[in-house]
Design a protein around this ligand. Structure first.
Ligand code: ATP
Ligand code: MG
Length: 356
């Protein structure tokens, strides 16, 4: 416990709009695994945010919450080191969302390029709920409620992080007398409630889906899930389209196929060799490269499959892990909320939130 107190904090998360895929692994989870010893880690499952597009299917959202924990355990997160947290179990997050919504101009929220992109690619038109743009504000509360310093995420989350940094600075300046000239790194030292968090973008900030077009996304039907079988992986990788006609046609070693080669084939000499032969059209077919990619992905997923097996069908263990994660998160976030309410002159009484 005492070492946990001295560790910097890390918060990141996923929306239960489906199960976890390779994009999650390379963009965020791989980094979570690397950092789980050096940070006090909280991995949030943003089930309220899933309602932005799935309010009509609460059963699926709930079961995806459980599956996302299983997926992360399979990938190598250790529940004894890190806390898994269900967003709707943490009252401080909702309360801070409301407060931060007061500090952000509406137009500023709507200018967020990730929101705009999601409205476009998810086909939300102009019928999205009021809660849809609110989720971007909610995400600032997710991060700040934990007073996290580090947020390992994919590239699409950088605009959300920028919004979070803005809110944290504004709050500290308005209510904690931190100067608007202060360096981000000094905010807490100068009396600010919130550290100014930084995005930690994974080595692959954006894995493209097997459609070869959009970011791999749970919601876009272009994802390779970590629970996919060898056969499913082969089929999906087979769909990577380059337009190349024959093994002797010089190919573009920056196309989508090579995006996958670079992400999943670890042997750098082999990567260089494949690139060279592809560019020269040295009798190397797309089909062969796809086979090597599928093999590399299977090799990556095999230990995950084995780890996942031990949690399969065992929802009780997952619920226990979640309950202790949420209890720890409540402690941390109630403390933050109390400090924030005090600073903003909103606190009148002490309170306690705990599980029975
Ligand atoms: P949705 O389609 O519902 O938005 P998603 O597949 O984008 O789902 P999220 O839960 O929104 O997944 O993202 C969780 C984390 O994984 C975020 O940090 C996000 O940046 C990262 N991530 C998601 N997809 C990718 C990807 N294709 N490449 C890299 N990182 C990704
Ligand atoms: Mg997303």
């Amino acid at each position: 416990m005492s070492s946990a107190l001295t560790k910097p904090r890390l918060l990141t998360g996923d929306t239960p709009t489906g199960q976890l895929h390779l994009g999650h692994y390379v963009g965020s989870v791989r980094r979570r695994i690397e950092l789980q010893d050096t940070y006090e880690c909280f991995f949030l499952i943003a089930n309220m945010h899933a309602f932005t597009t799935r309010s009509h299917e609460p059963d699926e959202v709930r079961s995806d919450c459980i599956e996302i924990v299983r997926d992360q355990l399979a990938m190598g997160i250790d529940p004894n080191k890190s806390s898994f947290v269900i967003q709707t179990e943490i009252p401080a997050i909702s309360e801070l969302t409301y407060l931060f919504a007061m500090l952000l101009p509406f137009n500023r929220v709507m200018r967020n390029p990730t929101l705009k992109e999601e409205i476009k690619v998810k086909g939300l038109g102009d019928t999205y709920s009021f809660g849809f743009p609110l989720y971007a504000v909610g995400q600032t509360a997710d991060i700040l409620a934990f007073r996290a310093q580090s947020v390992p995420v994919g590239e699409d989350q950088v605009p959300h992080l920028e919004l979070t940094r803005e809110v944290a600075r504004r709050f500290n300046q308005m209510y904690c007398d931190v100067s608007d000239q202060a360096d981000d790194a000094d905010h807490v030292k100068l009396g600010g409630v919130f550290p100014i968090p930084a995005a930690d973008v994974g080595t692959v900030g954006k894995l493209v889906g097997y459609d070869g077009k959009q970011k791999m996304s749970k919601s876009l039907g272009n994802a390779i899930f970590i629970t996919d079988t060898e056969k499913q992986i082969k089929k999906k990788v087979g769909k990577l389209y380059t337009g190349r006609q024959s093994p002797t046609e010089p190919g573009d070693p920056n196309n989508v196929l090579f995006h996958y080669v670079e992400c999943f084939i670890n042997d750098q000499d082999r990567v260089a060799e494949l690139k060279d032969r592809y560019a020269r059209g040295d009798n190397i077919g797309d089909g062969h490269i796809k086979q090597e990619i599928a093999e590399a992905i299977n090799k990556l997923l095999e230990p995950m499959r084995q780890r996942r097996e031990q949690y399969e069908g065992d929802d009780d263990t997952i619920m226990d892990i979640l309950k202790s994660g949420c209890a720890h998160a409540i402690e941390v976030t109630e403390e933050t909320l109390s400090l924030a309410k005090e600073a903003a002159q909103m606190k009148f009484f002490d309170r306690e939130v705990r599980y029975r």
